[in-house]
Design a protein around this ligand. Structure first.
Ligand SMILES: N[C@@H](CCC(=O)N[C@@H](CS)C(=O)NCC(=O)O)C(=O)O
Length: 204
């Protein structure tokens, strides 16, 4: 019998959205259970989770935590992790590299001081981002896939993280044709296109 999947997270995109996109891409049924931050439901569940944090993915009775472990597991289960060990490692490299950008974004968004925030933004937009995207542009093929000639979780993870960046500058990928193609490939994938239309409108 096929396993039952239940994803538990807060009512935001945050650290669960990559997994939701993967389920959508594979058209794999799962329960998308959402709590409010600080809710009684979460307070009750927290002590009974492996590390006291969400997201969690329950695969039948097995509880997995750590967002990237969960996403990688779903990518493997759905054939989106790469076809060979070297393809899998290449996809992992792209995904792990995104963490550098994510840490910068989180630091910037969490910064409370106006002056410091402006300084971080200036460094991000003026220096970090062009260099980062320049590297990723070379890693994406002209067909718009980071690995081989078909969609993997690397493409989906890139698309997902760019959701934080494009609201700041919608034209940010203007000079990056391969990366623009990655974005098109992901958002036009049937299951993902449907999820993007129907997903709850929440905070990032
Ligand atoms: N490294 C973990 C971090 C998980 C994490 O920080 N989760 C936060 C929400 S984004 C959380 O569970 N906060 C509620 C709490 O700690 O009670 C992952 O990637 O899953």
């Amino acid at each position: 019998m096929a396993p039952k999947y239940r994803l538990v997270y807060f009512n935001v995109r945050g650290r669960a959205e990559l997994t939701r996109l993967l389920f959508a891409a594979a058209d794999l049924e799962y329960q998308d259970q959402r709590f409010e931050f600080g809710s009684d439901q979460w307070k009750e569940l927290k002590p009974n989770t492996p590390m006291g944090q969400a997201p969690l993915l329950y695969v039948d009775d097995v509880a997995l935590c750590q967002s990237m472990t969960i996403a990688r597991y779903v990518a493997r289960t759905t054939g989106l992790a790469g076809r060979t060990p070297i393809e899998e490692a290449t996809a992992d490299m792209i995904v792990d590299g995104l963490d550098d950008m994510q840490r910068k974004l989180v630091a910037m968004f969490n910064e409370k001081g106006d002056e410091k925030k402006a300084e971080l933004q200036k460094e991000f937009v003026g220096s970090f981002l062009p260099q980062f995207l320049g590297n990723y542009e070379k890693l994406a093929g002209a067909e718009g896939f980071f690995v081989g000639d078909s969609l993997t979780w690397a493409d989906i993870a890139f698309f997902n993280l760019m959701g934080w960046v494009t609201p700041m500058d919608p034209a940010v990928l203007g000079g990056f044709p391969n990366l623009s193609k990655v974005m098109d490939n992901v958002q036009s994938q049937r299951g993902i296109a449907r999820w993007l239309k129907e997903r709850p409108q929440t905070k990032m």
